[in-house]
Design a protein around this ligand. Structure first.
Ligand code: FES
Length: 169
């Protein structure tokens, strides 16, 4: 093989150099744009703040349903999500706010709506039952207690955040 075959011509050298430098500069300019475009998708859904749901004086020992909305931001999509909570004071006088979403398949549970099972949360979809504190009744379809809302009392009002599995709220 002759030495000439392995030589890089001036034209090729310039081509390689300009392509490399151009590609590097293009990547430098595009990366921030790509990152800016994808950032909302890569970020987890924003934790919603606590929202005022009820006056503490309206909360009794009997579970009462309170409806409210939360502002939710998920990537580029912002929405007002309707929510509900079953709220009552337990024997210790603490406020309990339970999610009405059944832990079986997600239907809505109601308080004291089944005449055969008074003073319990009842899910009409598959006859799920929960005790007043949200504990699932063994032998009925739900396999976990109702979720509990993160809550805070401030200036006579009850504020609720996300509903979490019991023990995590
Ligand atoms: S969804 Fe509630 S019992 Fe099935």
């Amino acid at each position: 093989m002759s030495e000439k075959k392995h030589r890089v011509s001036r034209r090729q050298f310039l081509n390689y150099t300009l392509t490399g430098v151009g590609g590097f500069m293009a990547a430098g300019m595009l990366m921030p744009m790509v990152r800016f475009a994808l950032d909302p998708v890569l970020r987890p859904a924003e934790e919603t703040d606590l929202v005022a749901v009820a006056n503490v004086e309206d909360i009794t020992n009997e579970p009462k349903r309170f409806d409210f909305t939360i502002h939710q931001v998920d990537a580029w999509y912002e929405s007002e999500e309707p929510k509900s909570a079953w709220v009552f004071k337990n024997e210790a006088g603490e406020i309990v706010a339970l999610s009405p979403v059944c832990k079986h398949l997600g239907c809505t549970v109601n308080w004291n709506s089944d005449p055969a099972n008074p003073n319990m949360f009842f899910c009409p979809c598959h006859y799920g039952l929960y005790e007043k504190d949200g504990t699932n009744v063994p032998g009925t379809p739900p396999l976990a207690p109702l979720d509990v809302y993160v809550s805070e009392v401030k200036d006579g009002k009850l504020y609720l955040g996300k509903a979490k599995p019991r023990g995590e709220a």
